[in-house]
Design a protein around this ligand. Structure first.
Ligand code: GDP
Ligand code: MG
Length: 164
């Protein structure tokens, strides 16, 4: 999820090149949008993550999709996108009563001099709504692997909390 231009597609594209990518190849051409599959090999176990893009599923709540985790992205250089991300998180938690994992992502941290959203503010908001917070640069492929692995770890934890 996230406002247009925050880097949703760029992050998804970087996921495809992750070193955690499993050995099993799906024939998902790079050009396929909005849905993307990534096989991730973590702790010796391979899982397929299937990403849906909010821009192609604007009414996903009504679609009754089996969603395991929400990745809400904003650009640290764009405070409007941050406010939109917060609204999305509030709506998920307070209106739809979602208690699944939500990961707030501040993307474009390479644009350091254009930063408009402070890390500690985003962290505080994430904590308030029981979300993880992470910062990435899709452009530099910075922290993108960590995000991918973090998404899968959180999904595995909620599937089998005892096995985590
Ligand atoms: P989407 O609309 O959320 O899917 O955003 P896109 O992935 O299409 O990215 C929008 C624009 O931001 C493109 O020009 C990207 O190249 C650029 N972009 C995406 N991620 C980053 C980043 O981490 N840093 C910088 N500087 N630009 C980025
Ligand atoms: Mg896009």
């Amino acid at each position: 999820m996230g406002a247009p231009g925050v880097g949703k597609s760029a992050l998804a594209r970087q996921f495809m090149t992750s070193e955690y990518k499993g050995t099993y190849e799906t024939n998902t051409p790079e050009i396929i949008e909005p849905e993307r599959n990534v096989n991730v090999l973590l702790d010796g176990k391979e899982s397929t993550l299937h990403f849906l893009d909010e821009e192609q599923h604007p009414n996903f709540e009504a679609e009754d999709l089996p969603i395991d985790a929400y990745v809400v992205i904003f650009s640290v250089s764009d405070s409007t996108s941050y406010n939109e991300a917060l609204n999305s998180i509030r709506t998920l938690r307070e209106v739809y009563r979602i208690n699944r994992a939500i990961i707030l992502v501040g993307n474009k941290i390479d644009l350091a001099r254009q930063r408009r959203v402070a890390k500690h503010d985003a962290l505080k908001m994430a904590k308030k709504y029981d979300c993880r917070y992470t910062e990435t640069s899709a452009a530099l492929n910075h922290h993108v692997d960590e995000l991918l692995v973090g998404i899968l770890s959180q999904i595995r934890e909620q599937v089998s909390p005892s096995a985590a």
